[in-house]
Design a protein around this ligand. Structure first.
Ligand SMILES: Cc1ncc(COP(=O)(O)O)c(C=O)c1O
Ligand SMILES: [Zn+2]
Length: 440
């Protein structure tokens, strides 16, 4: 039985369908591109906007005919990376044999100490994605985009980035033998800049914020200067986005093929949140998990909270903002997927909330102190929002909850620079005792 998910209407597409003359591409179960707004189908290719209505394109699948039990077994015997889910991704079946960073299969930590402090009576988990190859969840999306880049014959990989994506593209390009040229705002944290620059590709700082960088990249795509470049989050965006579904798959598999009741996810462009929802719905449709209600919550920093503001005001339209927050990885003032995030939060009975920079710092320290997990500012936003959602009664601490830590604190050391040595002593026992450190 072929199961086509996420297509709004129309007949099932044929796998690999391409315009006249072009050879079919092998991107596994990906069958076509489908407009999220009007459902019009397009052949698989490096396109991202609907020619009919300019809506965003996403992947429509024809999944294999095997039953849920067989598929579950196949996944469980697969590699300890996102490639265990290759049958559900736009990648060739032999993807694991190609040079790639092989991200994913990160720990789902039972956060009992944090849960206790926040008043949880049900299990709280932290999905800790800081252990990916370049220390953020962006390795997942780049791993998928790079397979599309290979299929469409690109030799240069590029992106507009708030920092983490630049590092993920630089590293993946180095491993897979692509040239890379990535674009970031010029004033990012040193940890992000070094992490993006060390892999040897071109790293271009743009005098402006992320929204300026993104606008510039959109211009570059339409210009001969950028011809033949695969921009992972622009012309390869439909393929890139699918990588975030693997967070949903992993969480459910790690729970014993069960949906969590509540998930808290940070928002920059909103792509990750929308694709986690897509991944959960696919698991239900494929019979891999039992259908039951789940609630999705989005997290933003107050200094860049256009989605949270729209949610609270009951608006459907996102008003772009000029970001001003220490959570630079989430500093997108005009988030492309913002309206879809609103839909998902409302449809699932979730919410979108924001916290101040001071709350972000306190939450980084709270997570580190209670669970031994050092999150970057995006993780501080997520945990800070989790705390606020419980305190304001928006999230139920009696329901099983997962909060996603998407990045590593080593990249944003300045945020917690007051942490460090609690005292300095001379190398003598007297000095040690005088400091009040002796047990007796
Ligand atoms: C660490 C981290 N978390 C979350 C996000 C949000 O991703 P999205 O743009 O998919 O909403 C980003 C985006 O750059 C990020 O770097
Ligand atoms: Zn359309």
């Amino acid at each position: 039985m072929a199961i086509t998910v996420t297509t709004a209407s129309g007949a099932a597409p044929s796998p690999g369908l391409r315009p006249g003359g072009l050879p079919p591409v092998d991107l596994g179960p990906a069958a076509a591109l489908s407009c999220r707004e009007c459902g019009t189908r397009f052949p698989l290719g490096p396109s991202f906007a609907c020619l009919e209505c300019f809506g965003p394109l996403e992947i429509a699948y024809e999944f294999g005919s095997e039953g849920a039990e067989e598929l579950r077994k196949r996944i469980e015997s697969g590699p300890a990376s996102i490639w265990r889910y290759a049958p559900l991704l736009p990648v060739p079946a032999d993807v694991a044999s190609k040079p790639n960073l092989n991200p994913g299969w990160t720990p789902l930590v039972k956060a009992d100490n944090l849960g206790r402090e926040l008043g949880f009576t049900a299990q709280l988990h932290v999905k800790d994605d800081s252990g990916n190859p370049t220390h953020s969840f962006k390795d997942r999306v780049v791993a998928c985009a790079i397979e599309a880049a290979r299929a469409f014959g690109y030799t240069t990989l590029s992106c507009s980035s708030t920092g983490n994506l630049a590092g993920a593209v630089g590293a993946a390009a180095a491993r897979a033998g692509f040239r890379s040229c990535v674009f970031i705002p010029h004033d990012l944290e040193q940890g992000k800049v070094v992490m993006a620059g060390v892999y040897g590709g071109e790293l271009v700082g743009i005098e402006g914020n992320y929204d300026d960088v993104n606008r510039f990249c959109s211009e570059l795509i339409g210009d001969p200067a950028g011809e033949g470049w695969g921009f992972v989050n622009v012309n390869l965006r439909p393929y890139y986005g699918e990588g975030s579904k693997t967070l949903a798959y992993e969480i459910c598999e790690q729970l014993g093929w069960r949906l969590p009741e509540q998930i808290v996810i940070p928002i920059a462009s909103g792509s990750q949140l929308t694709k986690i929802d897509k991944g959960l719905r696919e698991l239900i449709e494929l019979g891999l998990v039992e259908d039951r209600p789940y609630r999705i919550f989005g997290a933003q920093a107050e200094g860049c909270s256009p989605v949270s503001a729209a949610f609270k005001a009951g608006r459907d339209v996102i008003k772009p903002v000029k970001p001003d927050t220490i959570a630079k990885s989430l500093a997108i003032g005009n988030p492309a997927d913002g309206p879809y995030v609103l839909d998902i939060a409302r449809r699932t009975g979730g919410a979108v909330e924001d916290v101040t920079d001071a709350e972000v710092v306190a939450a980084i320290r709270l997570l580190a102190r209670t669970e031994g997990i050092f999150a970057e500012t995006a993780g501080g936003v997520t945990v800070g929002v989790l705390k606020k959602l419980v305190e304001t009664g928006q999230l139920d601490p009696a329901k099983e909850t997962v909060a996603i830590n998407t990045g590593d604190g080593l990249k944003t050391l300045d945020a917690v620079s007051e942490a460090g040595m609690t005292t300095v002593i001379r190398p003598t026992l007297d000095s040690f005792r005088a400091a009040g450190l002796a047990s007796a």
